[in-house]
Ligand binder design. Structure first.
Ligand code: G1P
Length: 203
């Protein structure tokens, strides 16, 4: 109960319902009145992070330091990048890159780099104007990536190769792996997992 109450005390929580399933870009656009005219964070709930500094905090730091929108990226394999997006970047310093363009769910010939955005963004309100008139993209959906591809041409945007381990809970296998990973570190669940594995091992 305490753990749940602590979450409710962290912030005022407001919900906006996306009444049609028109894509991530449309979902973000639906928040425009609540967000208003200031930078804001987007966190995709199916990308679960484990990091020393929260990944969104790493992005906020970069956004403030460079006066830019910031997206969280990691290198993914050539086989996997078609599930995400691919970024055209040049190295700036440390783990920070300047973003020049991006493509959603790239075909092999469209891959721009092995960096993909993994569910964390700090954006500027200009994205709402762009999303307003953005045509449907991959899968017939309004793609946030297409909006960011336009945003990075009119405003500075950096990609942060963030510190942290990311779990994709958007697939059954990824969800299961995340459960196992977090259970293995949980004081009550770790012994249950150990016992289960020992028992299975005996069979
Ligand atoms: C979404 C984004 C994609 C991003 C991915 C990260 O894709 O459209 O650009 O790389 O999240 O998980 P989806 O998971 O909705 O296919």
């Amino acid at each position: 109960m305490e753990a749940l109450r602590a979450i409710a005390d962290m912030a005022d929580i407001t919900f906006v319902r996306q009444k049609q399933t028109l894509g991530l870009g449309h979902a973000v656009w639906c928040t425009r009145r609540i967000v208003g005219d200031e930078p804001f964070a987007v966190l995709l709930g199916d990308d679960l992070m484990r990091s020393r500094t929260p990944v969104i905090g790493q992005l906020i730091d970069a956004a403030e330091r460079y006066g830019a929108a910031a997206v969280g990226v990691q290198a993914v394999s050539k086989e996997d990048i078609c599930k995400y997006c691919s970024l055209d970047v040049t190295h700036r310093e440390g783990n920070v890159y300047d973003v020049h363009g991006m493509v959603e769910k790239p075909r092999p010939e469209e891959i721009l780099s092995n960096f993909a955005i993994l569910g964390r963004y700090v954006l500027t309100p200009r994205i709402f104007e762009i999303l307003e008139s953005l045509p449907a993209g991959h899968g017939g959906e309004i793609q946030l990536t297409d909006g960011l591809n336009a945003l990075c041409r009119v405003e500075p945007m950096v990609a942060v190769d963030f510190e942290g381990e990311r779990h994709d809970t958007g697939s059954l296998e990824g969800y299961f792996r995340a459960m196992l990973h977090f259970s293995a570190e949980h004081p009550r669940l770790a012994p249950v997992l150990d016992k289960f594995l020992q028992e299975r091992g005996k069979k």
